[in-house]
Design a protein around this ligand. Structure first.
Ligand SMILES: [Zn+2]
Length: 199
């Protein structure tokens, strides 16, 4: 690995190294899109489709898909056998779902322990959690997940080749917001913002 493959800043360098570890585990080159659904199996994660939830009554179902649809992207709980179950919002597009699932996978890979005392809560990104993680764990899981989805080295190379954030987003199957978030936290934003945003 080259020094230039890691972003500046201690925290983001640590996140990047963990994300690189995840990609190595999946034997995936940094320039290829990562499919979190493939990775979920390795993490002992069972991904359940919303329509597979049979115990949910009609009013809860209608609420979660109707008025509350923007307020949650996924939820997770641990089963007695230690496997983790994740439910994803079926109304969110693939790009958003990939980021949500990747975060849940990272909680598992990073060994985060859920806070057992919390009940259903909403985090600052509006995500409803059946069980809460500590705030630092949330930041790490989201940050490492985003780094695994959009690796710094590949992001930088694509920007140098003149790619727009929207093109990079569709290549990695994530939202443009996630690409721009990665550009900001890895300090590529100030350098490439003009080229990315202006047409
Ligand atoms: Zn989380």
């Amino acid at each position: 690995m080259l020094v230039g493959d890691l972003p500046p800043g201690d925290k983001w360098r640590q996140f990047e190294l963990k994300a690189i570890g995840l990609r190595d585990f999946a034997r995936l080159r940094p320039d290829l899109p990562l499919d979190p659904f493939d990775l979920a199996q390795f993490a002992n994660l069972i991904v359940v489709r919303f329509d597979e939830l049979q115990e949910l009554n009609d009013s809860a179902r209608e609420h979660l898909l109707g008025p509350a649809a923007e307020q949650w992207s996924g939820g997770a709980c641990t089963l007695p056998n230690g496997m983790k179950l994740v439910v994803l919002n079926p109304n969110h597009g693939r790009a958003r779902t990939n980021a949500t699932l990747m975060e849940e996978i990272c909680h598992v890979f990073l060994g985060h322990e859920p806070n057992r005392l919390s009940i259903v809560t909403k985090d600052e990104r509006g995500k409803v959690m059946a069980r809460d993680y500590r705030k630092a764990d949330e930041e790490e899981a989201y940050g490492v997940g985003a780094a695994a989805l959009v690796p710094y080295s590949a992001l930088k190379r694509m920007l140098l080749r003149g790619k727009k954030s929207a093109e990079i987003a569709s290549h990695f199957r994530v939202s443009r917001e996630l690409v721009e978030y990665r550009m900001k936290v890895t300090r590529l934003w100030s350098e490439f913002r003009k080229a990315t945003v202006e047409r």
